[in-house]
Each structure stands twice: as structure tokens, then as C-alpha cells.
Design a protein around this ligand. Sequence first.
Ligand code: 13P
Ligand code: SF4
Length: 319
Amino acid sequence: ADEKAALKERIRDLLTAQNAVLVAHYYTDADLQALAEETGGYVADSLEMARYGTESSADTLVVCGVRFMGETAKILNPEKRVLMPDLGATCSLDEGCPAAAFTAFCDAHPDHSVVVYANTSAEVKARSDWVVTSSIALPIVEHLAAKGEKILWAPDKHLGHYVERMTGADMLLWDGACVVHEEFKSFALERVRKLHPDAAVLVHPESPDEVVDQADVVGSTTQLIKAVAEMPNPEFIVATDAGIFWKMHQLAPHKKLIPAPTAGEGATCESCAHCPWMAMNALQNLEKVLQTGDQEIQIDPGVRERAVLPIQRMLDFAR
Ligand code: 13P
Ligand code: SF4
């Protein structure tokens, strides 16, 4: 414990010396989330992380999360240095949507507006008309559908299908998925719900349809955290990455939080819904990157110039 306290103290000093600030996602390690809050940084969902970077006066943003979050920060703040504890922290949605194949898909459907989820590379964003996150996908697609636009959606088919069902928009879907949320099992969830009849079911929309269908609240990480704080239920069954429990517990310490099952019939799983790439962020490599500066996000200026437009469009819409 003393060692950890000393490590945190060294990181604090490095942050101050470099006018650097931590921007962490709710799925990262609890120590990182706590340190971000203690040092004047921020813990948030992916939309708020993007917005926070543009409002911060720090010279360096240290993005604790996955690669697309660091890239979005750099695209929006090219004058700032953007570091990550490990640039290898990717995302199965990003990996499953290579820019060349995606461009060909868009070229084959020129009459569609291109809406991409934030969990994509800078190159894919550069080919899009709109970027969305899970917290703002529904109102943006509703807005486009009301104008009669047909939509090409990538990469998450589960979120895309949910948006399609909710808005009635005409959507063509890319075939991508989040390896973490895809593991939630609907039959096992039904069993857990029967065991906890007073629990509200909270589901991130990257989950399969049959899991989303059982939800009382479907939303982004911030929206699910708000539900725990605001809903009267004493218990919550939560279908998203277990990293979120730290903030939920902080805001609602007396409520019981039950992880939705990722394994077979009737089983519950205490810790297995956890993104392997989010888990690559730790205090140790955070200290290291602040010492060496070697995990710095770089974006090709031509790509940046195009990618900033659909991201800024999202931020303006969200205002
Ligand atoms: P949020 O925008 O809801 O934080 O989601 C990001 C993410 O990667 C979920 O898996
Ligand atoms: Fe990507 Fe899923 Fe990890 Fe989120 S939880 S970063 S969508 S792999």
C-alpha cells in the first residue's frame, strides 16, 4: 500500500511539472479513476472525454482508455501533447473496421450518409459525415432520418441495430462487435432477474438484442451511472464492463450492484466482463509515459483535417 501511495505521489508531481491532466474512462482501473479525480482531471464516458479535452487548459492530456479516445483528443486538440499509458490499447470495433474496406463500403453506397461510432480509427472518422457515441447516437440518427437521409452505419452491429429499431431509420450496418459486451448471455440474465425481482436492469447498447430487450435502461456509461444514482431500486443488474462499478459504488454506496452474467445458464460472473485493452492502463505505465513521453498520439495532418469535421459536428449537436 505504501508503495502504491509513493507511486501515486510521483505521478502527481510529474503531472504538475508538465502541466498535464488525466482524462480517464470509467472502464479503467479504480486506482487510475481515483487519481484522475484527485489531481483535477476527469473520469467520463467517451463523449464527455472528448469535450473535456477541448475545455482543459493543460498542455498535455494523458488519456487513460483505448486508442480511439486518445486519437479523438489529439484530433480536437492538435496543439496539445496527447499521451496514453499504452498505445497498444485498441478496441475490437476499431480493429474490425479497417479503413480500406470501410472506404470501399462507403463508395459502394454513395447515396447514404455515413455515421460512424467513436470506437474507430482516425482514418475511418475522416471518411464519415458524422461521428457518434452511445450517449448521442439516437438523437443524431433521429435528426438525420427526419430529413429523409439513408444511413450507412459502422462498425457496431448491435448498437446499430438498436438505433435502427428505436428510430425506424433506413440503415445499412457494418458487421462489427465489441468482444466484451457480446459475451452477455440473455438466458442466464433471465435467471438472474428472477433471483432479483426488485433489480433494475442496466444495459450498454453494444450488447446483443436479446440482452438489450431485457433492459430497464439502455445507455452510455454515464447514463447507466446516472440511473444507479437516481432510480429508487435497491439493486441493479449491470451489463457492461466491470470497471464501471467503482463510480457506481462511489455515487450510490448502499445499492447492490450485480454483474450481468457472461457465462452459461444461471451463472453470475464477478469480474469477467472486462475489456482487455482498457486493462492495459495502470499506474506503472502511466508513470513511465510521463517520464519518457514515448507513447504519444500522432495523427497525419491530412487525416486530422477531415476527421475533425464529423467529430466537431457531434460536439455541436450535443451542446
Ligand atoms: P461510452 O461512450 O458509453 O463510455 O462507451 C465507450 C465504450 O467503449 C463502451 O464499450
Ligand atoms: Fe472496445 Fe468493447 Fe473495449 Fe469498449 S469495451 S473499448 S467497445 S472492446
